[in-house]
Design a protein around this ligand. Sequence first.
Ligand code: FAD
Length: 528
Amino acid sequence: MSQQSADYDIVVIGGGINGAGIARDAALRGLRILLLEKNDFGSGTTAWSSRLIHGGLRYLEYAEIPLVFESLHERRRLRHLAAHLVTGLRLNIPIYEDSRRSKSVIRLGMIAYDLLSIGKKTPRHEMLSRDELLREEPGLRREGLLGGARYYDAQVTFAERLVVENVLSARDAGADVRNYSPVIGINVRKRAVHSLQFIDRESGEETEVSAPVIINAAGPWVDKVLTTVNREMPQFMGGTKGSHIVVGKFEGAPHAAFYIEAHEDGRPFFVIPWNRQYLIGTTDIRYDGDPAEVTASEDELDYLLNETNRVFPSAHLSKSDIHFAYAGVRPLPRRDKGPESAITRKHIIFRHKKDAKGLISIIGGKLTTYRNLAEQAVDAALKSSAIDAKDCETRTLPLPGAAQLDAAGEKLRSASGLTPACIERVLGIYGSRAVELVDTASEEFANVYLDTNRTVPAAEVAFVVRNELAVTLIDIMHRRMMVGLDADQGLSMADKIASIAAREAGWDKSARERQLKALHAYSDRFKA
Ligand SMILES: Cc1cc2nc3c(=O)[nH]c(=O)nc-3n(C[C@H](O)[C@H](O)[C@H](O)COP(=O)(O)OP(=O)(O)OC[C@H]3O[C@@H](n4cnc5c(N)ncnc54)[C@H](O)[C@@H]3O)c2cc1C
């Protein structure tokens, strides 16, 4: 098949952070791209992470120096390229008499982290005395406390939005991006990929398209996608499950994020101020089940609650304090032996040169390094075929919401008429695109809010339905407006949002009811 006679230059399977990043990178290079996602964009593993954009201090223990270096480099880039979504985070590590990692080991790790961060404009670490740490964080357990270390990383409160912005940018650069379009077959002819079949969302029909390159970026479903190839393919994945709980502000809650060694097994876990709540996690357990079915187990909830209560003794957190809990499967390469934490977090871009030229599988990959992974995957795609393309632009081109961010903030503050709390909220979700949102606020939506605090404007629903490829009420609330991650999972606003969405999307009464029912079932899944 010649490149010209194919329908697309590259088809990307999977609209998580990696597939979305690859589609954007490739589309910006002028390639003809089709991105296919079986559910909604960003509804897989990407939504179930710790949401840190971090160097991975822990990887130093496994001497993964290049990975730490790459991550720190990408962290700096994302602070600029996705400035509205990726924000700085101060972290403390408390050190106790019985900690497995001693003060000198932690100091050494901190020095190495600083050295690898050189030129990254992040403040250097500080070692804190017991009194200094307790002065700032009086809720911390005092018995056996020797002191602590402080360092700086970053977080992406709404990882889902990072995916959406990559998808929108890919679309704006000419890519054909489709959610609810599962790939069901990949055809290899004469040891080279030729075409694939997917179910078209609009028609519900099986559709075939041809392309000389297919990138399998299906995260923990990579192996499952490989089983749809019309010949025997290798299997790679050996995911581990990680769970988180989300709780409200508790007695003795910290001001900064905490990186803590768990008493039970010595694994580090995080307590992170997040989205006006606290995100606590994670666990790391080998998992062979269906990634779509993974939930936090009772044991994991107990482990996270007990360990948090141990370090913040006045917290007294119990299951009833959990707003919601979630779990995801890390798409890691299979390693049957050794501890889960020792499995490399480095990504592998595997070109199936022998069996299926033009097919590329993505194994692993962190949220933090998605941009670099995408650049490398597109470079590999260009090597696999004779396609001409422009140079990579994603190293310097901000995501849509990060462009002209300061000017947008000023404009909204001076002329939008929105409440100050609403302006800060929409800037943190849509960045400079919030100006378009305000323009959507025609007469019918002017000054109408969906919540009592007046932070969620009614116009936002219309904006995401019209502009952001949202199909279901769950997409709208959990992966566009992000109210699904509020303490009540946004349910107090669900009826009103469903009514506006119904008008915008043309749902009749029974479709609106079905959407609400599906939303409630989805929310129930995360109840502890
Ligand atoms: C508990 C946990 C904590 C983590 N914490 C962090 C962290 O703090 N920082 C960090 O940098 N990284 C973190 N990670 C890692 C990071 O979240 C993942 O590596 C990353 O999100 C993987 O993205 P992905 O796009 O490869 O996979 P996914 O997000 O899973 O996307 C794959 C997509 O493929 C789609 N798909 C599957 N089959 C098909 C098909 N047949 N047709 C079409 N589409 C299909 C799926 O629906 C899915 O949306 C964490 C991971 C976990 C699980």
